[in-house]
Design a protein around this ligand. Structure first.
Ligand code: NAD
Length: 475
């Protein structure tokens, strides 16, 4: 089995302990990785602090950072096939999607390379005796904690703007799926960033992750993961009032109106809830259908779920395994609870007879108060329910504690926009789930978190404003 290392202060380092990474497609061990200790975390933090204090990253001409980032983008793109295979095997996701994660990571570096030299302040008029202007300055050391569902692209999503803005970064990879991230960092290493600008640690969240969050040298925290962990980190961050970006979970709803185009909707359902086995924070986990089309849409969605090919990631099927046995058991337990609460399992609802951690594509008819309709499953499970009026649809869609994304499917521009304006969430899709890209700001409200990633706006999540006020005479 191949053994992977941590990257600290410009060196690849082993550790006395190691973690075993499983292949979810086979249920077999795939590789091992050095398990970072508290001392490793302290070394990484010290390296990042030295880099931040030296100005080697923050004080250079911004175009220099652009140049490093463009080189990193090329190097990441060059290893997309190799890295994609590792991501596929350690995570279970399809080979195509795994490769796409590297291509997306390269795009993040390209996109924010173009912003490194455009983080411009303003001048503030204060009358003839004063001059006043603002500057955007990096935080210093950014600690970034990454989940397992899209480790490569989510890592790049935060790392690229942080570096573009001049922050040194310590990344904590997820215990479950950390390997492809080491390939990502190997590629970034080739770009020539100053020593200590990027550090990568794989360790336990409750140990190394928690230590990084509470560390005195941490100037900013970027967390992507579950709500309970986010809440825990926020409590820890409060000790030092450390600024944080929180990208948490969701229970996002699509609203299908009477005049929905069925093919358009089904294409979005397929990607919305079954892509990456539903392990997507912005998954379409609820489908609300106007009553006059409900039976027709329900039958079509069940037929879609039953038609999907299921298999290991390397075969690029429609549905891949979930990431771990624990995750599989968690998803199946939530389906059982739904059954016990009286929900109607229309499709799937069990593990298919395959080795590996699979959950069959599942469609559940539920009522709004049921647990399955309110809590994030993070698996290939769609909840479907009818609604009568526009007001009902909006109340149902907004009726959870989350607010990450939402969608509206229908013909009329004024009606779809009118509904979109009333939906709680950082992104609203009309007639295509996931419409948007790395260029469009993304983030949540409510329990889905706060702060924005992606788009030009995200660069401002990685800087603080400093105002310089000057009186023009000493008299
Ligand atoms: P998780 O919260 O279990 O773990 C996320 C990361 O936090 C891991 O690296 C883990 O090691 C670390 N961690 C755990 N405890 C910690 C602590 N006390 N201090 C510091 N770090 C700690 O989440 P997960 O299971 O890896 O990911 C799934 C969740 O992530 C889902 O809820 C999903 O919705 C959410 N998610 C959100 C987004 C988004 O952008 N909004 C994207 C992807 C995933």
């Amino acid at each position: 089995m191949q053994h992977y290392l941590n990257y600290i202060d410009g060196q690849w380092r082993d550790a006395s302990r190691q973690l075993t990474v499983m292949n979810p497609g086979t249920g077999e061990p795939y590789a091992t990785i050095a398990q970072a200790s508290i001392e490793d975390a302290d070394s990484a933090m010290a390296a990042a602090r030295r880099c931040a204090e030296s100005g080697a990253l923050s004080d250079v001409r911004p175009a220099q950072r652009t140049s490093w980032m463009l080189k990193a983008a090329d190097a990441i793109r060059a290893i997309a096939d190799q890295g994609g295979l590792v991501a596929c095997r350690e995570n279970g996701k399809s080979l195509n999607d795994a490769r796409d994660e590297f291509l997306e990571a390269a795009r993040y570096f390209e996109y924010y390379a173009g912003m490194a030299d455009k983080i411009e302040g303003i001048s503030v008029p204060l009358g003839k005796d004063y001059m006043d202007f603002t500057q955007y300055v990096p935080f210093g050391v950014s600690v970034q904690i990454v989940p397992w569902n899209f480790p490569v692209s989510i890592c790049a999503r935060s790392l690229a703007p942080a570096l573009a803005a001049g922050n040194a970064v310590v990344i904590k990879s997820p215990e479950i799926s950390p390997l492809a991230m080491t390939l990502l960092v190997q590629a970034i290493e080739q770009a020539g960033f100053p020593k200590g600008a990027v550090n990568l640690l794989c360790g336990k969240g409750s140990e190394v992750g928690s230590h990084l969050v509470r560390h005195q040298d941490t100037n900013q925290i970027v967390f992507t993961g579950s709500v309970p962990t986010g809440q825990r980190i926020l409590r820890d961050a409060a000790e030092r009032a450390t600024p944080s970006v929180m990208e948490l979970g969701g229970k996002s709803a699509a609203i299908a109106l009477s005049d929905v185009n069925l093919d358009t909707l089904l294409a979005s359902v397929k990607v919305g809830i079954f892509f990456n086995a539903g392990q997507v924070c912005s998954a379409m986990s609820r489908l609300l259908v106007q009553r006059d089309r409900y039976e027709e849409v329900k039958a079509a969605v069940v037929a879609l779920a039953e038609s999907l090919t299921i298999g290991q990631g390397e075969a690029n099927p429609d549905l891949t395994p979930v990431v771990s046995q624990d995750q599989q058991q968690r998803v199946l337990a939530m389906i059982e609870q739904a059954r016990a609460e009286g929900a109607n399992i229309l499709a799937g609802g069990a593990a298919p007879d395959l080795s590996g951690y699979f959950v069959a594509p599942t469609v559940i008819e539920a009522t709004p108060e049921m647990t399955i309709a309110r809590e994030e499953v993070f698996g290939p499970v769609l909840v479907i329910m009818p609604f009568d009026s526009e007001d009902d649809a909006v109340a149902l869609a907004n009726g959870t504690d989350f607010g990450l994304v939402a969608g509206v499917f229908g013909e009329g521009l004024s009606q779809t926009l009118r509904i979109a304006n009333r939906l709680r969430g950082g992104q609203v899709f009309i007639n295509e789930w996931f419409a948007g890209g790395i260029e469009t700001p993304f983030g949540g409200v409510g329990l889905s978190g706060f702060g924005r990633e992606k788009g030009q706006e995200a660069i401002y999540s990685y800087v603080q404003t400093r105002n310089i006020g000057i009186r023009l005479s000493q008299g």
